[in-house]
Write a protein that binds this ligand. Structure first.
Ligand code: SF4
Ligand code: ZN
Length: 330
């Protein structure tokens, strides 16, 4: 880890400079610039391995302002030049007080400094509600599941609305493994289908989703952000609450990785292979078209339309689609 005693004493694998990070599974100690190159090249290899992007593509990069998505933004910016694709940033302002304000300022600042175009969907301004309001009207204790559904809906609607090739999210290897084990334990095979590095579009109801950091560990992303001196939101979302099962899975995976460095990536690669052979995503039995907004749903109405109907008396999916259509062209 940056600044640890071990790293202070160690030289970079590639030169005589002092290393700032140790990547155990690759048996490398790296100085700042080599660590940056290492992480970027890992992402590029995964993007190529899983055919996430091709030349001329238009990619929506979802950026919340946290460290993972800020890293994704900078990596996407550098890959876009090398691999000749375009990207546009999408930030969703959830209206969660100080947390959302700081997140938005961070994203806007990075977009300015990179000269990147940015779409901001502001729940309060564009849809007339905020996430905390939605949570309290629905009286739900599962704030993060609801938030996830809102964000997924907006990402999908945005990508389809501006005719982008795909949406890139900042899920990294550690995130993916937790979801993978959790869904396996709960035997949720529908959800497992969503965990591939790439989920291809289906008709005009769901856009292609890509996870460029699928094979990068969270620890290496943290080192990348520190090495590049990138500012990110450190404000904590008041709804954040990692559940017991998720924490136990993380600890279990760390133990495995400690004994067998690189095992977490091996598991993910094997899963990517299996899910593509079994076509877990495309063959999901629950895919249909929401009768309110026309996008992907499980059953007659999609989750977003269902929850907004329950909270505000009408499905808000059509409004989201209208906002995107009227405001953004790419
Ligand atoms: Fe949404 Fe939960 Fe993240 Fe807060 S912690 S932004 S509620 S997913
Ligand atoms: Zn809908």
């Amino acid at each position: 880890m940056p600044g640890s005693r071990e790293s202070m004493r160690t030289k970079c694998y590639y030169c005589d400079c002092q290393a700032i990070a140790r990547v155990r599974y690759a048996k490398l100690s790296l100085r700042k610039s080599h660590l940056v190159e290492f992480v970027e090249s890992r992402v590029e290899k995964a993007v190529r391995r899983y055919n996430m992007v091709k030349r001329g593509d238009k990619v929506v990069v979802a950026v919340s302002g946290g460290k993972d998505s800020v890293a994704l933004l900078y990596i996407a910016d550098s890959l876009a030049k090398r691999m000749e694709f375009d990207y546009i940033v999408l930030h969703i302002d959830l209206g969660i007080g100080e947390y959302s304000e700081k997140s938005r300022v961070t994203v806007e600042k990075h977009c300015r400094s990179l000269g990147a175009d940015c779409i901001i969907i502001d729940l309060r301004r564009d849809l007339g509600f905020t996430l905390p309001d939605l949570i309290s009207r629905l009286k739900t204790r599962r704030a993060c599941s609801l938030c996830g559904a809102v964000k997924r809906y907006i990402m999908n609607a945005t990508a389809l609305g501006i005719k982008a090739s795909s949406v890139a999210t900042a899920h990294h290897a550690d995130d993916m493994l937790v979801y993978l084990f959790k869904n396996f334990i709960t035997q949720d095979y529908e959800a497992l289908g969503k965990l591939s590095p790439v989920n291809r579009s289906i008709d005009d109801i769901v856009a292609t989703k890509i996870k460029p950091m699928y094979e990068v560990y969270e620890k290496d992303i943290a080192s990348y952000v520190v090495a590049r001196g990138l500012e990110f939101t450190d404000a904590k979302c008041p709804f954040e609450n990692m559940r017991g099962l998720e924490l136990s899975i993380r600890r279990f995976l760390e133990e495995i990785e400690d004994k067998m460095p690189g095992m977490k990536i091996a598991i993910l690669r094997r899963f990517a292979e299996t899910s593509s052979q079994l076509r877990l995503w495309e063959r999901r039995a629950d895919i249909s078209r929401c009768e309110s907004c026309g996008l992907i749903s499980r059953g007659a109405e999609c989750t977003f339309c269902k929850v907004t109907r329950r909270a505000y008396g009408q499905p808000m999916g059509p409004l989201v689609r209208e906002v995107i259509k009227s405001k953004y062209v790419w």
